[in-house]
Design a protein around this ligand. Structure first.
Ligand code: NAP
Length: 284
């Protein structure tokens, strides 16, 4: 009999995650047996839950908020990339050993290269936000040749910390607060503009990002928020004549990498996207 992969996602809460639909759809298309369950694990139970994976026979897990950093203490090995990011979003069980990986940065870069046909190497990149997603994105960009990053965040200290990490990795990075005099100019001279903040997310604060008047034709504007698919930022970028890329592609590529680590099978990205668009209530 063919193996059934036993997988899931841990978070708190975890109810809104698209990962169960994403991975079960991919398994149906690929023709493999796969169970993928959401596990709502309060922080106090995290260590016990992860240690028990060895006995419960779970083959792998995705990890989401708020466990991405804390889970690292309970694993046997961490990939170089996850170590660089300082967070894990994928656990792979190899016998009794638990390996932690992070596929978020890969997902972001792959969405640019495959879906927007833009290679970030050698580009000037303006990044809004310095939270968990920004850490993964900056870690991936920081090891690419010739990236010049400007990181702007509401809390400037977090942008400074991220810029320092990128600089230590050999990249060029500077940090700005939202009231910096050169904010519009930094947006305007970038090749790629990325929103990694929660601004624009459905049900979230209706605050606008600053300095959007700097967006112009010839730039690529990326929003990693994917609820809604076309965010206020992407709508504004399209009006300004810039190219746009939605955040669902990043989500799909990070999931694809996790799926490939667990199953060693290729992930069917395009049909999975169609299924996720229906799940989000977006017209195709
Ligand atoms: P996080 O660690 O909580 O970071 C939140 C970021 O948003 C911080 O930079 C924060 O600034 C900023 N922010 C929050 N509220 C703001 C406001 N009202 N005005 C200005 N800035 C504000 O969250 P995260 O995990 O990085 O996730 C951020 C977003 O990315 C979420 O919408 C999430 O769904 C999305 N995401 C998408 C993908 C994907 O695959 N497409 C992957 C991961 C995350 P301060 O530091 O000043 O608080």
């Amino acid at each position: 009999m063919e193996k059934t992969f036993r997988l899931g996602i841990i978070g708190h809460p975890v109810g809104h995650s698209l990962s169960p639909v994403m991975h079960t759809t991919a398994a149906q298309i690929t023709g493999i047996n796969l169970e993928y369950d959401p596990y709502d694990v309060p922080p106090i139970n995290l260590g016990r839950f992860v240690r028990n994976i060895r006995e419960t026979g779970i083959d792998g897990l995705n990890v989401t908020v708020p466990h991405k950093v804390a889970v690292m203490d309970h694993l046997d090995e961490i990939t170089v990339e996850a170590e660089r990011i300082g967070a894990v979003n994928t656990i792979l069980r190899e016998g009794s050993r638990l390996l932690g990986a992070n596929t978020d940065g890969y997902g972001f870069v792959t969405s640019l290269v495959e879906n927007a046909k833009v290679n970030p190497a050698g580009k000037k990149i303006f990044i809004y936000g310095a939270g968990g997603a920004a850490r993964a994105i900056c870690a991936a960009l920081g090891v690419m040749d010739g990236v010049e990053a400007v990181i702007a965040n509401r809390t400037v200290g977090k942008a400074e910390e991220l810029a320092a990490r990128m600089t230590a990795a050999g990249a060029s990075a500077t940090a700005l607060g939202y009231n910096a005099n050169n904010l519009v100019d930094s947006v305007n001279t970038a090749d790629i503009i990325v929103n990694t903040t929660s601004v624009g997310m459905k049900g979230f604060a209706s605050d606008a990002l600053p300095a959007l008047e700097g967006i112009r034709q010839g730039q690529l504007v990326v929003d990693i928020v994917y609820r809604p698919l076309v965010t206020p930022l992407l709508r504004r970028a399209a009006v300004a004549g810039a190219d746009t890329l939605d955040g669902l592609w990043m989500l799909i590529h990070q999931g694809a990498k996790s799926f490939e680590l667990w199953t060693e099978r290729e992930f069917p990205a395009n049909p999975v996207r169609e299924r996720l668009l229906r799940e989000l209530g977006e017209t195709i």
